[in-house]
Design a protein around this ligand. Structure first.
Ligand SMILES: Nc1ncnc2c1ncn2[C@@H]1O[C@H](COP(=O)(O)OP(=O)(O)OP(=O)(O)O)[C@@H](O)[C@H]1O
Ligand SMILES: [Mg+2]
Length: 714
């Protein structure tokens, strides 16, 4: 109103001619008009057409429906699909608390009615009616609850107005909304001849003009609360997948949680590795270094694509890791502690290598390890960056010199000089330089795999401790490690401590039961802020349900979901997730053999095409080169021929010229001679004449004066 008045009162442009003063009557009318026009008039449409089952506002059509019946049981969040449905709509939920006393009175009446019906039928000798009995039980139970104050009763009205650009579209949207409701056994129908009241009721005005209510007690009413799905969308981080509750994105930075660890459990082929590869690919773009222990050699293609390092670890491979390596101490690490903990770790490793250690052997090994380091002059005071770590061979030699260690020496023999020496008795020659480093242990013998995993993990851990960087470590098929207590304990140690070194550990396993059997399994899970459960097998779902406190509904979802779908836990929030990759990502990370074969085939074809194209280019080049050579040769020949002809002409010309010159010379000489002779003849006569004239007689020269050869004209 104010706004409008301001607008009305804004000074008008002064007109040149003073306008005629309005009469009093006119002024009154104008004032009345001004007062009647409100902001609502300004923003409201020009008209509203109200039909029996729709309203029309401008070009938009709207229709309201109301829920009139509900099922016996409602599931939590049944309203959320409607709320998140991608259509424009207004939804109003009116909850009017009912007067408990009045309700109890009604219920008492109802009980009496039902009971009398039952006894009437019994008197008539009819068989009992289960419907009446169930109704009586329900009413009685409700009366008890209401009487005790454990529950309250409400009158609930649910109205939904949806919109469309045409009647047809309105019908379509209406069908969709009603189908969504009917999926949950909630039935709705349009408010025929009450569209205006219905429309007003769904506006945010808090006016229930429809008053179409269903009585609901507290538990079913609480299930209407629509916002059950947690939102896991952050401003930064990587996209993990799509939230299936509300189609929002699950996007966040795993390092923003209490710890950056993740566990992934699912049956074989459910998409565990796929999910991790996708995260790796996306994390690499965010400057996170990734180290993977890959027991299936399935990360090779990904590594090649992103230009990472792929290290094959096997008995015959040229890559070695020395278990005796020591970490370079960080700023607040004490070398003495590092050496001590390294020795303890080595005892754990040797326990696996030697098939367990008796207590006295344990003590011997511990002593021998300290001596092995000491033999290489490695003491807590040494600079660990300059030392040469000992090899397994050195430990063997030390053990040989110890009394009572004969058994140990014999058992260690195969790692020092036997077929296993290739991997266990060599100095380290690999480095973690690239952003993505994958250690593949597929070609390692089965019984040595846990050992290899352990040694690789120790190596990685030493590097991680020496230099803090944002890193992610993936241990695929981690159950290999969980088979041995010492290896499992080491993995747990990493999970517990890696947060301090900016490392996030991802543990993947398909055998949940095996993983949980280890006493370190559960602590690893509880030390992981992120937990991903994909499709589970019926055999393991019990363990999973117990470990993750799943509801029955979540349990069934995990049994029935498709590949790449599951439950995602981030801290306390959990959502149903669908992992989706782009086409390019899919081509890089898939492990589907059929798809891999296709990619391989496509690659071969491409290579062949490229080779063919190259061949063509080469041929074309050769051809052109030949032609050019030919043309050049022809040109040269032509030039030569021309030159030859020219040469001959020149020679002839030169000869002719020489001849002419000679002739000319000869002629000139002769002429000169003749001239001189003539001059000689003429000169004395002329002189005599002159002298005679002067009176002087002079004798003529007896011989003509010999003249030098004349200079050539050129
Ligand atoms: N989100 C997804 N979208 C499309 N395809 C997927 C998805 N997740 C997995 N797949 C496909 O399913 C197959 C199995 O996936 P994956 O190799 O990740 O299984 P896994 O759980 O690691 O199995 P295993 O335990 O045997 O290693 C692959 O062919 C992969 O391409
Ligand atoms: Mg896998």
């Amino acid at each position: 109103m104010k706004l409008f008045q301001k607008f009305q009162k804004s000074p008008k442009k002064p007109s040149k001619k003073p306008s005629k003063k309005p009469s009093k009557k006119e002024e009154k009318v104008s004032e009345e008009i001004n007062q009647e026009i409100t902001l609502l008039d300004l923003i409201s449409p020009a008209g509203l057409k109200i039909d029996s089952n729709y309203i029309q506002v401008g070009q938009k059509y709207g229709r309201t429906i109301f829920a009139f019946t509900y099922p016996a049981t409602l599931t939590t969040g049944w309203l959320s699909p409607i709320i998140t449905h991608d259509e424009e709509m207004n939804l109003a939920l009116f909850i009017h608390p009912a007067d408990t006393n009045a309700v109890l009175k009604n219920l008492r009446k109802k009980t009496a009615q039902i009971q009398s019906q039952i006894s009437l039928q019994a008197e008539k000798g009819k068989v009992r009616d289960p419907i009446l009995e169930a109704a009586l039980q329900n009413v009685e139970a409700l009366r008890d609850q209401l009487q005790q104050g454990a529950e309250r009763l409400f009158r609930v009205g649910l109205y939904i107005t949806f919109f469309g650009d045409s009647i047809k579209q309105l019908d379509d949207v209406g069908n969709e909304v009603r189908a969504l409701l009917e999926n949950r056994m909630v039935y709705a129908k349009p408010t025929v001849f009450q569209q205006e009241q219905a429309f007003i009721s769904t506006l945010p005005l808090e006016i229930d003009k429809l008053s179409i209510h269903t009585p609901l007690n507290t538990p079913p009413l609480s299930s209407t609360f629509p916002f059950v799905s947690a939102d896991l969308t952050d401003n930064k981080g990587v996209l993990f997948g799509i939230n299936q509750h509300n189609n929002s994105l699950i996007l966040f930075d795993r390092f923003s949680l209490e710890n950056g660890n993740m566990v992934i459990f699912a049956k074989s082929g459910a998409g565990k590795s796929y999910t991790v590869k996708l995260e790796v690919l996306r994390s690499l773009m965010q400057d996170t270094e990734v180290i993977i222990i890959d027991p299936e050699k399935e990360y090779k293609y990904l590594t090649e694509t992103v230009g990472g390092t792929f290290i094959d670890i096997s008995l015959t491979s040229p890559h070695h890791l020395n278990p005796f390596d020591l970490p370079i101490p960080g700023p607040d690490d004490k070398p003495a502690d590092l050496l001590r903990s390294n020795v303890i770790n080595l005892v754990g490793l040797l326990k696996i290598m030697l098939g367990g250690l008796a207590p006295e052997e344990d003590a011997l090994i511990d002593k021998a390890l300290s001596q092995t380091y000491a033999a290489r002059d490695i003491t807590p005071e040494s600079d660990f960056s300059k030392i040469t770590p000992p090899l397994m061979q050195d430990l063997h030699t030390v053990l040989k010199g110890m009394t009572g260690a004969e058994g140990l020496v014999a058992r260690l023999e195969k790692y020092v000089s036997g077929s296993y020496a290739g991997f266990f008795n060599q100095p380290t020659n690999v480095e973690l330089r690239k952003k993505l480093v994958v250690f593949s242990i597929r070609d390692m013998e089965d019984e040595l795999r846990p050992l290899a995993m352990y040694i690789i993990l120790r190596y990685i851990w030493n590097i991680v401790r020496s230099q803090t960087k944002r890193r992610m470590m993936v241990v695929d098929e981690a159950w290999w490690m969980m088979q041995h207590e010492d290896a499992a304990s080491f993995l747990f140690g990493i999970a517990k401590r890696c947060r301090k070194y900016y490392l996030g550990l991802s543990t993947i396993t398909q055998d949940v039961a095996d993983f949980m059997k280890s006493k370190y399994g559960k602590p690893i899970v509880t030390n992981s802020s992120l937990q991903l459960l994909l499709k589970q097998s019926p055999a393991t779902i019990g363990v999973v349900k117990e470990t993750f406190n799943l509801t029955e509904q979540e349990k069934f979802m995990l049994l029935e979901c498709a590949v790449g779908e599951g439950l995602f836990f981030a801290g306390l929030k959990h959502v149903a997730i669908k992992i989706v990759a782009s086409y390019t990502e899919d081509q890089i990370i898939t492990s589907d053999p059929a798809q891999l074969l296709e990619i391989e085939k496509a690659k071969e074809e491409l290579a062949q095409e490229e080779a063919a194209a190259e061949e063509k280019i080469r041929e074309a080049r050769e051809k052109t080169a030949d032609e050019i050579t030919k043309m050049a040769a022809e040109e040269i020949a032509k030039e030569a021929a021309e030159k030859a002809t020219k040469g001959t002409t020149e020679e002839v010309e030169e000869e002719a010229k020489e001849k002419t010159e000679e002739e000319a010379k000869e002629k000139a000489e002769e002429e000169a001679k003749v001239e001189v002779a003539e001059e000689a003849k003429e000169e004395p006569a002329e002189e005599a004449e002159e002298e005679a004239e002067k009176g002087v007689i002079k004798e003529p020269p007896k011989e003509p004066i010999e003249k030098d050869e004349p200079d050539l004209a050129y």
